[in-house]
Design a protein around this ligand. Structure first.
Ligand code: ATP
Ligand code: MG
Length: 162
């Protein structure tokens, strides 16, 4: 079924905020009228998108101090949805950036923050299967930004809402 992308992101943001009483996520969705239907309906696998964004957003929360704001944005470039998730948390040491998407790899600076090192490996697999891309930029002790690009199909039918 077609997905109404902006309400979907807003809802995800709210769901994830309820799992952490100490972090807020600022969502901004700017499609600039680039999807013909102003409500922003697209064809994309909802489960996949939810899995990918949830893993990245929960990392942003987990690896940043309490009361830090997470920025989550959606834009469109060519035929791709571009999601960015940025935090001002602990960052990723350069030596750990190379294998970041491999299972069980965790940064040397995680300290007592618990995790299995599987979240990003799953994200990468999901995106590979859907011709998506993921990149990141991180400064140790300053923060991290993940960018996810996923091709989408514009939806022709106005009638279909979520
Ligand atoms: P889980 O399997 O529960 O997700 P995890 O969070 O340790 O465990 P990944 O989500 O795969 O595993 O992340 C791998 C590693 O990348 C993390 O252990 C952490 O070192 C680093 N990392 C990921 N996201 C961030 C972030 N936003 N800020 C700092 N480090 C991060
Ligand atoms: Mg994780």
């Amino acid at each position: 079924a077609p997905l109404n992308i902006i309400p979907f992101c807003r809802q995800l943001k709210e769901e994830i905020e309820t799992t952490s009483s100490n972090h807020k996520i600022d969502f901004s969705g700017n499609l600039d009228g680039q999807i013909a239907d102003t409500s922003g309906i697209v064809q994309i696998d909802k489960k996949l998108l939810q899995q990918v964004l949830t893993n990245i957003l929960t990392n942003a929360i987990k690896y940043s101090p309490d009361h830090n704001l997470i920025n989550f944005s959606l834009t469109i470039e060519n035929e791709k949805l571009i999601f960015t998730i940025s935090d001002s948390g602990i960052g990723i040491p350069e030596a750990d950036q190379i294998n970041l998407f491999e299972s069980f790899h965790r940064g040397s600076n995680v300290g007592t923050i618990s995790g299995t090192g599987l979240g990003l490996a799953i994200v990468k697999k999901c995106l590979d299967l859907h011709k998506g891309e993921i990149t990141f930029n991180s400064q140790l002790g300053q923060g991290t930004t993940f960018t996810v690009k996923i091709p989408f199909q514009r939806n022709q039918a106005r009638k279909a809402i979520n």
